[in-house]
Ligand binder design. Structure first.
Ligand SMILES: [Fe+2]
Ligand SMILES: [Fe+2]
Length: 263
């Protein structure tokens, strides 16, 4: 059987958004149907291939989003969300491809499932942008998310502690107020997309924390203490309250550890 590692690597190295969405969904489907072997012959790329647009800028050079509620401000929101989901496809693929040999079959199944979800999220947002006569790439995006992946490429525990359990968990906190804002603007289709994304993201964080618990057990540490240690070591700045306690609890995060890490 062809190695799953090669299929993941090929999806990471696919630059065009539509092609990456298809590649991510195909590798997840082929894996689920037992068409790929649990082998990883090649290293994952340090950086995934990116499309020509959007232009990637350092976070501090991003143009202002425009007044809240303005046409430009609304477009900028959907562009930013589409970019997050686009990078999330690669983050999930890289998780499965980089750490799959060490973590095993369930881990690969979980994170390829996440990659397929992220591809679906991106496709939904891209379609929503089209209804606003825009498309992914029309506005610049920032390059902060992949930095977290680079800084934790050496350790699956560090990667899990920071990417699903800090960065994706942050989405659980902020999405409800975004849904409210979008609803107030009368964008019901947008609100439905974000509600679906929020449900899926609770599951993604839960998958991250489940595998993290296993890493903590191997280290003979409590998940809480190990998470606090690794977030302090690998994530600059603390967690930003207020927290969505019910979503964080549903995702298996420790609220007391969140409180310790709050800035
Ligand atoms: Fe997502
Ligand atoms: Fe996610």
């Amino acid at each position: 059987m062809p190695p799953v590692g090669d299929a993941i690597r090929a999806a990471l190295l696919t630059p065009a958004p539509a092609a990456k969405v298809m590649a991510a969904r195909k590798v997840a489907r082929d894996w689920r149907l037992g068409r790929l072997g649990l082998t990883f012959d090649q290293p994952m790329p340090n950086r995934p291939a990116r499309p020509v647009a959007p232009e990637l800028l350092p976070p501090n050079r991003m143009p202002k989003r425009g007044k809240a509620g303005s046409e430009r401000g609304r477009l900028a929101l959907w562009h930013a969300l589409a970019h997050i989901e686009f990078v999330a496809i690669d983050l999930a693929l890289d998780m499965a491809g980089r750490f799959g040999a060490e973590m095993g079959e369930d881990f690969v199944s979980d994170f390829l499932g996440v990659a397929a979800d992220e591809a679906m999220h991106f496709a939904l947002l891209e379609r929503h942008l089209a209804t606003m006569n825009s498309s992914y790439g029309a506005m610049p995006a920032h390059d902060g998310l992949w930095q977290a992946a680079e800084q934790t490429a050496h350790s699956v525990a560090a990667r899990l502690a920071v990417v699903p359990m800090v960065l994706e968990a942050r989405g659980l906190d902020v999405t409800p107020s975004t849904i409210e804002r979008v609803t107030n603007h009368g964008d019901m289709a947008g609100a439905r997309i974000l509600t679906r994304i929020l449900d899926d993201e609770i599951r993604h964080v839960a998958i991250g924390s489940k595998h993290f618990d296993e890493c903590a057990r191997i280290q003979d540490m409590t998940p809480e203490n190990y998470w606090i240690l690794l977030v302090r070591r690998h994530f600059r700045g603390g967690l930003k309250p207020p927290f969505n306690d019910s979503a964080r609890l549903a995702a298996g995060l420790s609220l007391s550890a969140c409180a310790v890490l709050a800035c």
